[in-house]
Design a protein around this ligand. Structure first.
Ligand SMILES: Nc1nc2c(ncn2[C@@H]2O[C@H](COP(=O)(O)OP(=O)(O)OP(=O)(O)O)[C@@H](O)[C@H]2O)c(=O)[nH]1
Ligand SMILES: [Mg+2]
Length: 467
């Protein structure tokens, strides 16, 4: 009997490791019971101080109920009280601090699931009389720990799975909508996961305006379809309304909502409200990624994770850095767990549904967002007038940059045309890398007063049709 108190996604993994340990030590699991609970860092520190006189947070604490001796013989414990409700011998209690476990998992570069399983096992071994007080005891405890951890398969998929899936011509698949506040790092993340630039990135909010699809293939086992979306905000014009409809449409087509919390900003009320709306939808799994952990301290991360523990019905929480590519393998494993078998949807070479024409307009817009300050870049749209590939592979692109006020035009062009030249050079370099051939890019600047509320220009820019 393993009784676990508290809400954690790791209950099944903990049960597996405990069962495996009891089996390995020839202790019938119906004979014994263990209680496991989760404590936040403050409570863990209090308990550590009270129980061991150590005034600091720790990962796991265990409280044996009796002096246990191996090998196990039921008759040895007849004098102890077996729990009358289920006739089990109570081994004791284990407390785990998930926030501390998360910090350790990041340091050891393995999953939180692996770390929690390890801590539960470590705690159980203490309940069973193992110790690490001296070298000899410590070696004994470590070796048994290693054997048991090897016995359980922590990977979410194995080489045997790969073969089975390949032969059946099916794959694990699912659509993941990337949701979050503007600037939380959604587009940086989709690019990192797909391994190609599918979505533009800038330090300014509301960079992404459309739903953008990126495909990730994993060893012939899984295909994850990511949908990048515009950051959630209250729309102030027709363009904003289109952007928010893209978010709703992405969620409607998704199996998993991957919500990004910007760790630099912390968990905001708006985040909590957005997440609660997602968790009300019982058709999708909700995974929260706390992004930009490279910019915050460990105690700050622990604080955010503690706050997130109070948000109900979330399927998984994982800290990451999309920019530094930290913990992305673990994120991948978490997502794979929620996929279902189905036919392959995209050819392995196809990593987005967007054309190079669309990418050209986006990359030009990205450069305006990166190079211009103030309100100018927010009112910019890009129309590709010509996209032509010559027989020798050279590509000619003519594009118009639309701005929404007369006063914006000279800013876009710059002194002696320098700004426009810079935008063109930077955009061309990026696009040449993407197509791997030479590009001739010609840019024009046009003013279209308040185009963000003008249906015909919005249509021309591709912001009215949902794809
Ligand atoms: N330090 C740090 N910065 C990051 C990380 N991920 C993204 N950023 C930065 O955050 C800014 C916003 O990134 P984007 O990927 O454009 O964010 P977004 O959520 O797609 O933004 P919108 O499209 O405007 O909703 C950029 O300057 C990124 O370089 C991260 O893990 N760490
Ligand atoms: Mg974006």
């Amino acid at each position: 009997m393993i009784e676990i108190f508290g809400n954690s996604s790791y209950i099944n993994s903990i049960k597996d490791v405990i069962k495996s340990a009891l089996k390995h030590l020839s202790i019938p699991d119906r004979d014994v019971s263990v209680e496991i609970g989760f404590l936040d860092p403050i409570k863990m520190q209090e308990l550590n101080k009270k129980a061991r006189g150590i005034d600091r947070v720790t990962d796991v604490l265990s409280f044996p109920n009796l002096e246990f001796k191996l090998p196990y013989q039921k008759s040895d414990y007849e004098q102890f009280e077996f729990n009358p409700e289920n006739n089990t011998l109570i081994l004791g209690e284990i407390f785990i601090c998930l926030e501390q476990a998360q910090a350790q998992a990041l340091e050891l570069e393995h999953s939180l699931e692996s770390e929690v399983s390890f801590l539960a096992l470590h705690g159980l071994l203490h309940l069973l009389g193992f110790d690490h007080e001296n070298d000899e005891d410590s070696t004994k405890m470590n070796s048994i720990q290693d054997i048991i951890l090897n016995n359980i398969n922590m990977e979410s998929y194995t080489p045997a799975d790969v073969e089975e899936k390949k032969q059946a011509d099916t794959i694990l698949t699912g659509a993941v909508a990337l949701i979050g506040m503007p600037n939380s790092g959604k587009s940086t993340l989709i690019n990192a996961l797909v391994g190609e630039k599918v979505s533009i990135v800038s330090h300014k909010p509301q960079t992404t305006r459309n739903e953008i699809l990126g495909v990730m293939n994993i060893d012939g086992v899984a295909q994850i379809i990511f949908l990048d979306t515009p950051g959630m905000h209250s729309p102030r014009n027709e363009l904003g309304k289109f952007m928010m409809r893209s978010v709703t449409s992405a969620i409607a087509g998704a199996d998993i909502a991957l919500y990004l919390v910007d760790a630099e900003k912390g968990l905001t009320n708006q985040d909590v409200s957005n997440i609660s709306k997602l968790t009300k939808n019982k058709d999708i799994k909700v995974v929260i990624a706390v992004n930009k952990i490279d910019h915050i301290t460990k105690p700050r991360l622990a604080e955010i994770l503690t706050q997130l523990n109070d948000v109900k019905d979330v399927d998984h929480i994982i800290p990451i850095s999309a920019l530094r590519k930290r913990n992305l393998n673990e994120l991948e494993k978490v997502l794979v767990k929620y996929l279902t078998p189905g036919p392959i949807q995209y050819d392995e070479t196809q990593y987005t549904n967007r054309s190079m024409r669309f990418m050209a307009s986006e990359v030009i817009r990205e450069k305006t967002l990166q190079l211009l300050e103030g309100e100018v870049p927010f009112g910019i749209g890009v129309i590709i007038n010509k996209y032509n590939e010559r027989p020798n592979g050279i590509i000619d692109i003519d594009a118009s940059i639309i701005c929404q006020k007369d006063s914006h035009k000279p800013i876009l062009i710059g002194k002696s045309g320098e700004m426009l030249k810079k935008i063109g050079t930077y955009a061309r370099r990026d696009l040449e890398k993407m197509v791997d051939s030479k590009i001739f890019l010609t840019l024009f600047v046009k003013v279209r007063e308040e185009w963000r509320d003008d249906a015909s220009i919005l249509n021309e820019l591709g912001y009215l049709k949902m794809e």
